[in-house]
Design a protein around this ligand. Structure first.
Ligand code: ADP
Length: 267
């Protein structure tokens, strides 16, 4: 931990889970999202007015923690942060949401990654430009300090996003699951969300399950839809619900998220 980091740690205790209640840990990216909402996606080299602008704590694992906290699940985030303005904004926001930040690796050098995001009010689309800075990542040594007995679920990107699936040349969620199944350990569960087509999954028995999407009345903001879906699926699976139930719940909560700006109002 960085020398100055102890002083930056929240002096107030994080919300304590009920006796014996285990937490969910999400490991991965946190960044600063600078979000500009535009009436419609602008043409290159034009000068226009936007609808609104905001700073938001972003990053996949960080967003999933936000959603888990909103769903009422005790959760913790593990990832790298740097002190100074953006890091302090992010730490305060984790605290506001009641996300445990004990496992944040405060780095003495480097800057917090920043994403400039354009959300189109006309379509709800999100265009993300991430500046992946020089901030060192968490290490195996950081992870060794985690008391695993406190956690019932640790999330490390096991879900397949449609962007990754497309990168591998797949054109649908079922196609991606069928294609990637042979590359994971037998007994694994693979889950793949696919925007307005909903999501598919294949469990240890090899059976493919599907949920349709639950489109909101108006598509407002799809930034973080995948992170919301992941969090809701983890929430349901970690409570012992079936893969089919979890997939449906994930699509319901993600659909609600697409109908609002940010995350407040998904539950
Ligand atoms: P990502 O944020 O990773 O691009 P996706 O676009 O695949 O995530 O969306 C994740 C989930 O969010 C989908 O499974 C779906 O339930 C919901 N979703 C996303 N876009 C829409 C949409 N246009 N209409 C309805 N639901 C959507």
């Amino acid at each position: 931990m960085a020398a100055g980091a102890a002083a930056r740690r929240d002096p107030d205790p994080e919300p304590v889970p009920a006796a014996g209640e285990k937490r969910i840990l999400c490991v991965g990216l946190v960044c600063l999202d600078i979000i500009t909402v535009v009436p419609a996606y602008p043409a290159e080299d034009t000068d226009t007015r936007c609808v609104s602008q905001r700073w938001q704590r972003g990053g996949n694992a960080s967003n999933s923690c936000t959603v888990l906290a909103l769903l009422g699940a005790p959760c913790a985030f593990m990832g790298s942060l740097a002190p100074r303005h953006a890091g302090d904004f992010i730490a305060a926001d984790f605290q506001r949401r009641g996300v445990d930040v004990t496992h944040v690796a405060w780095q003495p050098h480097g800057d917090v990654p920043c994403a400039c995001c354009i959300v189109s009010a006309a379509s709800g689309s999100r265009t993300i430009m991430l500046y992946d800075t020089n901030l060192p990542d968490v290490t195996a040594r950081d992870f060794e300090r985690v008391d695993l007995s406190q956690y019932k679920w640790i999330h490390w990107e096991v879900f397949i996003s449609k962007d990754l699936a497309r990168h591998f040349g797949y054109r649908s969620a079922p196609e991606a699951l069928r294609g990637l199944r042979g590359r994971v350990q037998p007994g694994a569960t693979l889950i793949c969300a696919w925007a307005e087509e909903g999501a598919d999954a294949v469990g240890p028995d090899g059976e493919l399950v599907h949920s349709d999407a639950f489109p909101p009345e108006t598509l407002v903001d799809t930034l973080g839809a995948g992170d919301t879906f992941n969090a809701a699926v983890i929430f349901a699976l970690s409570a012992g619900r079936s893969l089919q139930d979890a997939l449906t719940f994930g699509c319901q909560i993600a659909g609600r998220k697409c109908g609002i700006q940010g995350f407040d109002g998904i539950v």
